[in-house]
Every structure is written in structure tokens, then in C-alpha cells.
Write a protein that binds this ligand. Structure first.
Ligand SMILES: [Zn+2]
Length: 427
């Protein structure tokens, strides 16, 4: 009874602020209007419950309900989640301490099939599986804005070793970056097997999208040959240079599961990819200019999703079977805070060396004097998630993200107005 009262109180508190947070407009560089800020400052700040990520991050067991993906990839939860066994014939789960190897039964079926097919038909030695979803899905304390409904999974681009890794190794081993520099795949590391693996992953009809770093997409475009239908599902996104991200469509007849619009149809190797490279270059220039701005403010953070921002049924998912986490008197969720520290799955994103940076600066100022290309270069998948949190590009897909990484605090707003920054949400 007490629990129910707590649930209802939370819902009321969170519901009150949720209206402001629905579908924030995605902008490349947003300055908070001074007048608006003053207005809201005059009102007493609405009382908020703990962010939904703390509540979902603190629950260690699935909701004992029928399996269902509820809501959308970046705003939802998972009922009846099932966990991928940590060792399979062709896969191993990494970063076990994160407890994020949960999903819908359909996601598990898919991963087992992919692992088996990739090994038997392509010779990929096995999958190292990174983050899927939390036991009850929902927002995560670290690393992702999606992965909320049990239909997303990160798979490392590092082949599985031919032995069972110890739990400690699964915490400590770093995934391998495929990049030589921010714009280029390292051809000494990338192999034809990598191309085959991603082609295989994209080839199943239940796949909605695969996310990879733009430089990886470029290589795939070059190596695809005549069979290019699968390429349309492979979408460029920040951070995916040591893993790729698989997103399944909503399983047929799953009520309350919200699909993403299908990709546009072409192979994405033309203008869209060129726009991504423009954004990569701008991001490099912005990253290089950042330390030179004294007292630069970090990008303003969007408020985290609260329970009231998620579909109503997510309250049932959270509380089912006594799963409601303990909330401390100060409003925090101790179990979630404990889980916050963790090791990133891969190396930080590389940056250009000074010489290459100087060359880039010269070429950018020559090609587009005073150009405002941000809008044109907006990623086609920008609407993919409504939760536009400032991204941490080095750690987008990793099971863990260190809370304060100076190199990764690139947000929608830049300290330097001269370089419009692209939107950098994690996936
Ligand atoms: Zn991911």
C-alpha cells in the first residue's frame, strides 16, 4: 500500500513537469532567451521526482509481466524482459556489472541467430555483446538515450576471442577503435569480415536500423559492391567507431510499441554521407577551439526524463513484483548512484593532429566563407529520439560512461559562436 502511494505521488510530481518536455525542438545551437529565463526564474521551480534513469537504473530484475516493448526507443520501458545468456556458442556478453543484457525475446532470438549465421556463413568468430537494455528497460544512468524498450543492442567490432573471458576481463578489456583519425577508418584494423558482419546484421527483415560511425559507413559504401539494398538501413551516427548498434522494428502486433520512421530508401552514400563529413569536420574545429575559450560554459543540459515523460504503463512496469526502488530522503536513489561508476567500453574518440587541423581550418575557411551549413547538414535521423541529451561521443554505445569526460561534453550549444555545432545525441 505504501509502495502504491509512493508510485502515485511520483507520477503526480513527474506528470506536472512532463508537459514542458515533450518533443523538444532539435537545434544545432540554442541560446537560452534571456527574457524567458528571467520569467521562469521568477516562478518557484517545480518539484521533481528522481529522474527516471535513476529509478530504472536501480532495479535489478525484470518486470514479471508479459514481454512487451512499451513506447519508443528513447522514451519507453520493457515489460517481461529476458536476459541474453552471458555465454553462447557464438557470443559472450561484456561488462556484466552493468546488468544491461536484457531485451525482448525477439531481440534475443535475433542476436543468437546473427551470432550463429555470422560464424557459420561469414567466418566471424563470434559476437562480443555490449549494452542491450536494463531489466525493465527505461532510460539509463550512463551512455545512451535509446536502448529503452528492449529492441536495441550494441555489438563490439572486436571479434570474440576463442576462449571464455573471465568476468574481470569482460570489465577491463577495451573494444578496438576502427578509426585512424576522426574522419578515416584504419585500413590496418578494418577487415572484409567487418563489412560482412554489418551486412549480415542489416540483412534480416526485422532490423530497422544499424548505426555506425560516418567513416565506417563510407567504407561500407565503397565495399558494398552491387548488392546495396542493406546499406539504406546502415545509418551514420556519432560515437559508433568501436561498436555498432542494432535496432529492431517493433515486433508485429506488439501494442504500445512505437516504430521509428523507416529510413529514406536510398543507400545513404551520397549527399547524406557528405553532410555527415561536414559535421565531423565542424566538430573537430569546435573541439579544437574549446580549450582556447576561457571560462567557457559547458553546454546546457536538457532535464533528464522523469517517470511522467514515459508512457503511463512504465509505472506499472517499474513497480510490478515489488520492483520499486528505494528513494532516499534527499530524493536520490542510492542503488542507482552506486551503479553510476563504470568503465567505458572503448577508447575515446580520436582528434586531428595539429598539422591536419591547420589544413582543415584552411580548407574550411576557403570553401565556405561565412557559410551556415548546420541546418543543411542536419542528420536525417535527428528525429530518431526525442530525448536530445548532450552526447558523449566517445562513449555513446558503451556500457559505461564516466560522468565527467572533458573531451566529450560537446552539446548542442557551442562556446564559440563562429562554429555552429551539430547535434550530437547519443543513441
Ligand atoms: Zn547503442
Amino acid at each position: 500500500m505504501q509502495r502504491l502511494a509512493l508510485c502515485l505521488a511520483l507520477l503526480l510530481i513527474c506528470g506536472a513537469v512532463s508537459a514542458e518536455q515533450i518533443k523538444p525542438p532539435v537545434k544545432a545551437a540554442t541560446k537560452p532567451p534571456a527574457a524567458a529565463t528571467k520569467k521562469t526564474a521568477a516562478k518557484p521551480a517545480p518539484k521533481k521526482g528522481p529522474p527516471a534513469k535513476m529509478l530504472f537504473g536501480a532495479v535489478s530484475a525484470p518486470a514479471p509481466l508479459a514481454a512487451r516493448a512499451i513506447g519508443s526507443y528513447a522514451r519507453g520501458c520493457l515489460a517481461g524482459g529476458v536476459s541474453l545468456p552471458i555465454n553462447g556458442p557464438d557470443w559472450q556478453v561484456m561488462r556484466l556489472s552493468r546488468n544491461r543484457n536484457w531485451g525482448t525475446p525477439q531481440l534475443l532470438d535475433y542476436l543468437e541467430r546473427l551470432a550463429s549465421d555470422a560464424r557459420a556463413r561469414d567466418g566471424w568468430p563470434g559476437l562480443l555483446v555490449g549494452d542491450m537494455a536494463q531489466p525493465r528497460g527505461g532510460p539509463m544512468i550512463t551512455g545512451h538515450s535509446s536502448h529503452q524498450i528492449g529492441l536495441d543492442a550494441d555489438v563490439w567490432l572486436t571479434p570474440m576471442p576463442d576462449r571464455i573471458l573471465t568476468p574481470q576481463e569482460r570489465e577491463d578489456i577495451s573494444a578496438t577503435s576502427m578509426l585512424k583519425d576522426p574522419l578515416t577508418v584504419d585500413q590496418a584494423i578494418w577487415t572484409p569480415l567487418h563489412t560482412k558482419l554489418i551486412k549480415r546484421a542489416a540483412s534480416y527483415p526485422q532490423v530497422s536500423r544499424i548505426f555506425v560511425h560516418p567513416a565506417i559507413k563510407k567504407v561500407l559504401c565503397q565495399q558494398a559492391g552491387k548488392d546495396r539494398a542493406w546499406l539504406g538501413k546502415v545509418r551514420p551516427w556519432w560515437g559508433h567507431f568501436y561498436h555498432f548498434h542494432i535496432r529492431l522494428k517493433c515486433p508485429p502486433d506488439m501494442a504500445g510499441c512505437e516504430n521509428q520512421k523507416p529510413p529514406s530508401g536510398d543507400d545513404g552514400c551520397g549527399t547524406e554521407l557528405a553532410n555527415w563529413f561536414t559535421m565531423l569536420r565542424k566538430a573537430e574545429l569546435a573541439a579544437a577551439s574549446r580549450p582556447a575559450v576561457p571560462g567557457a560554459k559547458p553546454a546546457p543540459k536538457k532535464p533528464p526524463l522523469s517517470l511522467g515523460d514515459l508512457p503511463k504503463e512504465c509505472m506499472t512496469v517499474l513497480s510490478a513484483g515489488g520492483g520499486m526502488p528505494t528513494i532516499a530522503p534527499d530524493g536520490t536513489v542510492p542503488a542507482a548512484l552506486k551503479a553510476e561508476a563504470g568503465k567505458d567500453a572503448g577508447p575515446p574518440a580520436p582528434h586531428l593532429d595539429p598539422e591536419a587541423l591547420a589544413a582543415l581550418k584552411a580548407s574550411m575557411s576557403k570553401s565556405k566563407p561565412g557559410a551556415k551549413a548546420t541546418a543543411a547538414a542536419k542528420p536525417a535521423d535527428a528525429s530518431a529520439s526525442a530525448a536530445a541529451l548532450p552526447a558523449q561521443p566517445a562513449s555513446t554505445g558503451g556500457p559505461a560512461v564516466t560522468a565527467a569526460q572533458p573531451a566529450s561534453t560537446v552539446g548542442p550549444a557551442s562556446p564559440s559562436d563562429s562554429v555552429p555545432l551539430p547535434d550530437r545525441k547519443p543513441q
